[in-house]
Design a protein around this ligand. Sequence first.
Ligand code: DAH
Length: 356
Amino acid sequence: MDDLRIKYIDAIAAAADEAALEELRLQAVGKKGEVSLKMRELGKMTPEERQVAGPALNALKNEINSALAAKKVALADAALDARLATEWLDVTLPARNRRVGTIHPISQVTEEVTAIFADMGFAVAEGPQIETDWYNFDALNIPGHHPARAEMDTFYTHRAEGDERAPHVLRTHTSPVQIRSMEKTGAPIRIICPGRVYRADYDQTHTPMFHQVEGLALGRDISMANLKWVLEEFFSAFFGTEVKTRFRASHFPFTEPSAEVDIQCSWEGGTVKVGEGDDWLEVLGSGMVHPKVLEAGGIDPNEYQGFAFGIGIDRLAMLKYGIPDLRAFFDSDLRWLRHYGFASLDQPTLHGGLNR
Ligand code: DAH
């Protein structure tokens, strides 16, 4: 028994890892281990012999089990120490600098426009960018043969061969949201609809995708005079200086009468400045909503009337922030975005300021 004790206690002390330890456990106290086999021999002994050998064997078994458990803990501690020695972290290092993104000028200007019109009681409405040709054209008094359809360089979606239905279009303007809003809430109504629009056109001032904001105000006695006041109020707030407007008679299928609106500007020194000088810059289309358009929206033209307008948001952003080329808006060039972008906390509000 002493030989067994010395053999196993020494071997356990010298075990290099858990696998070696498990091997020793099986050899000593496993089912067919040396100590276990010895215990089986107890049955063949005389009662006297057994009284001596029994407790001694039990004590040996306990001693080996304790030694195994202690060594297991010691091995785990050593492994942890080794890991702690190699994997360490200097928590006093300064944090890595992460560049924060910026708000795109289009998003910023959309927020500015929304804040100004919200202050005049206009809610924001939205519609789908893929439209039926009815909402994009017919309901706005642009029938199939109308030249405005061709002029708009429309993107059409695909229809399966043999499907005779008119294809859906990428909306060419935000005006279809007028119809959707009339259907949804009826009159009276005061909304703006900012959003993306699409036309097949590409040069310094045109991109196939761009942004408009539509305006619509319907009531029992809303007139062109209200339109003029609202627009002058808007431009003055937006540019942070009093801006005069000039209304020129024009034609749109969805308004009667129609007007194109110019804002006062100067071209001194080769750059455009809004709100000074005596030049004019065309910025939007507008007019009194055509009775046929009201009818298409489910509104009785004998009861309600009002104005509508459509402004290019990208154009507004270029004018206000001195951005010369529209195409750069959509290039995702980080240098451009960092230069013209806005801090994420720079939320435009009327009272906080729109004109930094
Ligand atoms: N939908 C026109 C366009 O994209 C802009 C426009 C003109 C909208 C006159 C209107 C309007 O609501 O009354 O060119």
